[in-house]
Design a protein around this ligand. Structure first.
Ligand code: C2E
Ligand code: CA
Ligand code: CA
Length: 861
């Protein structure tokens, strides 16, 4: 810049102008003064101010044109860019420009007058061009350096004032902004003075924020510090330490609780930075903000609590929870894993689940796993064995959930617990269900299964299987006489003996009671017979109990697959049937025979029929009279049982009575007979017929201890006299248990019943005993009737006569049964027999028929 030389008046004038400029209140005022002064100094035709606004745009701001009596604000009427035109170039170069003749200057653009010379002085402050004073004159060569110098000085003063005004305005704006900020911010912005411990800015809002009046805080000893929770004071101190040590631009936050007016503490975050330091560099003021973070804290606390709860649940849960990745690698586990596996959680992390699973369960575990991994959200339950760290095998039940799709989990979650106890009891149940507790041998259920499977196999291979049914003879006796303990011991010994003598391929089982079974897989009939013979032999060897020899024997039945049956059930049944046959003789074996099966089947059928016959009243009685040869009149009617089905005789008494005796059904049958016999007595009585009714009673009936009692009860119930009934009991029956028969018959007789010994002569009994039996009548069996025939030998007749003599000598009345011909009747008469019975005399018939025939027609010829 050229050296400025000014005249004294000029300097004085400028000084005065400077004073005015320095007091001008606005930029426009400054610029107007500048324009006015420039106009005056340079005698220019026109002066205006080019003003830099944003983006390098230059606009006219103030100007005085010819005809104007003063400078005017002419905002943005003309515009150019920095570097363009004379004004723009001067601003860009920050240098005064004088154009002596505008016609030689191509960049000159006329604005308002036809100017031929121009002077442009930039307004520069602090190295920055704010704009430029532009003077124009209609004459060429009007401006020179003398014009330029004072204007440059003027420009410097004006630029300084403008810069100052701009700064002031910026400051004002900032202040407004800050004020607005302070007012509207949700957080409290403040300036804190360390010495007074009060805020010099933002205190009212701060007080309000906590519910205080401004004065409340001002009155506190420690100012704002009085509000900090005692526990948080160290944190606040620490924050101020940090502020002191860090640069002034560093913001240091602290979270603490401040006490509110209502006494409660509020969680806040204070973010502070040093605002002012003293001469020694110690901070004396800080600026910052206070923010309510109570909700955040509450949420944090809830989250922390919840996390803690989950953690506690997780870590203390009874089950074990394991998180695997898709490949089965353990990602996480609860510490409870140690309780189950002996491994700590740290020991298992990163290892594959399969490492712990027992070999036997690998395949199945993998199958379940592979399937589950394919099913996001899927679930599976797996029972498997794992190996404990100490080598033990443990059963666990794992409940697996596929959470691979869930970003929070991203894996397979397994929840497992040990099920050893359950598995133990399951095994115990299986043992109980399959094995006999006494001998430890498989039981019937298990054996049936074994045979079933063996047959399946044999069917495929075309081989045979033999099943032996072993039943101990006399075992019941042992049990009854020596007690159950000995019985159990004996069963065990028998099982033991068989077990050790049988071939390895044989499977022994206890079917129940004293029944055993032996299965010979691939055994044929020959081997079965050989084995059965061996069993019979080994079991007939005495057993030694306390130096006492105990002898039993066994009956064995054999059935062979496929000859005797094609399925397990049949083979079992047929071996049992064969055993049943062997049992008839005991201490032997028998092979299954179809005939035996048929017999048994028939008797089973018969038993069934008998049952239903009893229920549907198929039993009726027919009556056959016995005729007194002395009077020629009927004295008694023998009741004979008839089984009719659909009106037809279904089975003869000889067929079903023995069976009914065997099965015990005879008692029910007998009751019916007595009932109907009592009815008959009543009917005869009604017809004025004085006849006894004889009923046949079998040995088993008589031997029942309550027989007499029941009979008497029935008789009483029917309201008849015992003396109108005769009890027929066969010789064989009477002699089978003499003592018992004797006392029963004595009792019956003493009650008034008449007693007849039936079928005399067939029982080969000791006559001495027989004669002593308390009986009224003896009936000579009908099988001897032919001895009375015309063509019978003399010996036969003599034999019959001796039979008659035997009975009469003991004082009994004698009846000849089976009289079929007149000859026999005559012979009977000749022999002095008391009574006769037989087809020749009268056929058995229903009571009604007998009553209709009016008994009168029955007579000896
Ligand atoms: P039983 O007590 O000796 O009865 C006489 C049997 O001889 C009857 O046979 C009768 O029909 C038959 N009979 C009668 N006259 C003649 C004759 O002239 N010639 C021949 N050959 N037979 C004659 P039934 O009714 O078939 O009875 C057979 C056996 O069944 C009876 O022999 C008796 O032991 C038994 N019985 C019949 N009814 C009953 C009953 O209610 N209870 C019991 N426990 N057994 C009965
Ligand atoms: Ca009889
Ligand atoms: Ca008889």
């Amino acid at each position: 810049m050229t050296k400025l030389v000014l005249s004294r008046e000029a300097t004085a004038e400028l000084t005065k102008l400077g004073q005015i400029i320095l007091h001008a209140p606005t930029i426009d005022d400054v610029l107007k003064l500048v324009v006015n002064r420039a106009m005056h100094r340079t005698q220019a035709s026109m002066v205006n101010i080019g003003w830099v606004i944003h983006d390098g745009i230059v606009v006219e701001r103030v100007g005085q044109y010819p005809g104007d009596d003063a400078p005017k604000a002419r905002h943005r009427s003309v515009q150019t860019r920095i570097g363009e035109g004379v004004v723009g170039s001067a601003i860009a170069a920050k240098k005064t420009v004088i154009i002596r003749d505008t016609r030689a200057e191509p960049s000159f653009v006329p604005i308002a007058i036809e100017a031929h010379s121009e002077l442009v002085v930039p307004l520069i402050y602090d190295g920055k061009a704010l704009g430029a004073i532009n003077c124009e004159h209609t004459d060429a060569n009007h401006f020179n350096e003398d014009h330029a110098k004072p204007l440059e000085l003027l420009a410097a003063v004006a630029a300084a004032r403008i810069a100052m005004l701009q700064t002031m305005r910026n400051l004002e704006e900032t202040q407004h902004f800050l004020h607005d900020m302070l007012r509207t911010s949700p957080s409290v912005l403040y300036v804190l003075d360390y010495q007074s411990k009060l805020m010099i800015q933002g205190m009212d809002k701060f007080a309000d924020f906590l519910g205080y009046e401004l004065e409340d805080i001002q009155a506190m000893d420690e100012g704002v510090y009085s509000l900090v929770h005692p526990d948080d004071i160290p944190k606040v101190d620490e924050q101020e330490n940090q502020l002191a040590q860090s640069s002034d631009s560093a913001v240091v936050p602290v979270e603490c609780r401040l006490q509110q007016k209502n006494g409660e503490y509020l969680w806040v975050q204070i973010s502070s930075k040093t605002f002012k330091r003293d001469a020694q560099g110690e901070p004396i003021m800080e600026v910052g903000s206070v923010q309510d973070i109570s909700q955040l804290k509450a949420a944090e606390r809830t989250l922390r609590d919840r996390e803690a709860r989950f953690k506690a649940l997780f870590e203390n849960c009874f089950d074990c929870i394991v998180l695997y990745d898709g490949s089965g690698e353990i990602q996480y586990t609860t510490p409870s894993i140690e309780r189950f596996t002996g491994y700590s959680d740290a020991e298992v992390l990163g290892r594959n689940a399969l490492e712990f699973v027992c070999e036997e369960d690998h395949k199945r575990s993998l199958e379940v796993w592979t399937d589950l991994v394919k099913r996001p959200g899927g679930f599976a339950v797996l029972e498997q064995r794992i190996r404990h760290k100490d080598g033990r095998v443990l059963w666990i039940e794992a409940r697996l959930t596929n959470r691979i799709g869930d970003p929070n989990v991203n894996g397979i979650v397994s929840n497992f617990h040990d099920i050893n106890e359950r598995k133990d009891s399951e095994a115990r149940i299986i043992r109980l269900a399959d094995f006999d507790t006494l001998t430890g041998l498989p039981n019937r259920r298990k054996m049936t299964e074994v045979v079933f499977l063996a047959i399946e196999k044999a069917a495929k291979r075309n081989t045979t299987i033999a099943l032996l049914y072993v039943d101990l003879d006399n075992f019941k006796n042992v049990n009854d006489t020596l007690g159950h303990a000995t019985g159990d011991w004996l069963l065990n010994m028998a099982a033991h003996r068989m077990q050790h003598a049988l071939p390895n391929s044989a499977q022994l089982a206890r079917l129940g009671g004293d029944e055993f079974a032996v299965m010979l897989a691939e055994g044929d009939l020959a081997l079965a017979q050989e084995t059965a013979a061996a069993i019979v032999r080994m079991l007939q060897e005495p057993f030694l109990v306390d130096n006492y020899e105990l002898s039993i024997s066994a009956s064995v039945g054999i059935a062979v697959y496929p000859d005797h049956g094609r399925d397990a059930e049949t083979i079992f049944k047929h071996a049992d049937i064969a055993m049943y046959e062997a049992k008839h003789q005991r201490n032997r074996y028998a092979v299954f025979r179809e005939e035996v099966r048929l017999t048994i089947e028939r008797s089973v059928q018969l038993e069934h029929d008998l049952q239903s016959a009893l229920e549907s009243d198929e039993f009726t009685l027919e009556f056959q009279p016995q005729l007194s040869l002395e009077t020629g009149k009927a004295t008694r009617l023998e009741a004979l049982l008839r089984w009719r089905r659909n009106g037809e005789v279904y089975r003869a008494p000889s067929e079903f009575i023995p069976f009914a005796e065997k099965t015990g059904l005879i008692h029910r049958v007998g009751t019916k007979v007595i009932e109907q016999a009592c009815h008959a007595v009543k009917a005869l009585d009604r017809h004025g017929l004085d006849l006894l009714v004889a009923i046949n009673i079998s040995a088993r009936e008589l031997q029942r201890t309550d027989f007499v009692e029941r009979l008497t009860a029935q008789v009483e119930a029917a309201d008849i006299e015992p003396g109108s009934l005769e009890i027929e009991i066969t010789e064989t029956a009477a002699m089978s248990d003499y003592e018992l028969s004797f006392s029963a018959l004595s009792e019956l007789r003493s009650l008034g019943f008449s007693i007849a010994i039936d079928d005399f002569g067939t029982g080969h009994s000791s006559l001495a005993y027989l004669r002593n039996l308390p009986a009224d009548i003896i009936k000579i069996d009908q099988s001897f009737a032919p001895c009375l025939s015309k063509d019978a030998s003399k010996d036969d007749l003599a034999f019959y006569r001796s039979l008659v003599r035997l009975t009469t000598s003991a004082g009994h009345t004698v009846v000849a049964e089976g009289i079929e011909t007149p000859n026999q009747l005559n012979a009977a008469k000749e022999l002095g027999i008391d009574m006769v019975q037989g087809f020749h005399i009268c056929m058995p018939m229903p009571l009604e028929e007998f009553l209709q025939q009016k008994h009168g027609s029955i007579a000896t010829a």
